[in-house]
Design a protein around this ligand. Sequence first.
Ligand code: 6PG
Ligand code: NI
Length: 191
Amino acid sequence: MFDAPFTFSIPLPLPIPSRQDNHIRRRLSSLKGQFLDTAEYKRMLAEEDRLVYEVYEIRRPKVAGELLSGISIVHPGKVGSEFFMTKGHFHTVLDTPEVYYILKGEGFMVMETPEGEACVEPLLPNRVLYVPPRWAHRSVCTSRQDDLVTFFVYPGNAGHDYGTIEEQGFRKLVVDSGGRIEIIDNPRWKK
Ligand code: 6PG
Ligand code: NI
């Protein structure tokens, strides 16, 4: 691992960092139980375990004082009326924030605190989102044809707590209602 300063580039339109340590591919099967329309989820999965999103990580020691960064690419698609999205997570070390810079596409960041306070922010190119400590976060791609591409940075010691979200879901969902994007309450959300 480099200990000297280093640079890397993020070429567009194909935002694969010129230097990356890990490429994660998340398919429909890794989002089991997250989409409201379970029948449609099952039907789609039986047809094909589609690629929903990818992450390119620029790794550093997972310690406080270091910053981890990377590219997140959420592909366009829907399960029923719900748009393709990331699993979403709290950071294991709850008091760790995150910054997102939106490179391409459009969507929303669905966020909530352990107390159930919810916030949904639109994601558009050249916008920067600051996710404060204690807020879980999930990226949602609402474009019909373009990927949602973000560059993210967060503390090395943050970690990922997926279990809480897998258990309770997010309070808000982003859906396509008759061609209009709508933010709705998740009927299955449990505090
Ligand atoms: C992180 C970032 C970000 C996130 C990706 C994929 O903490 O690492 O929030 O890189 O991991 O957007 O989302 P999931 O981690 O929820 O699958
Ligand atoms: Ni995160």
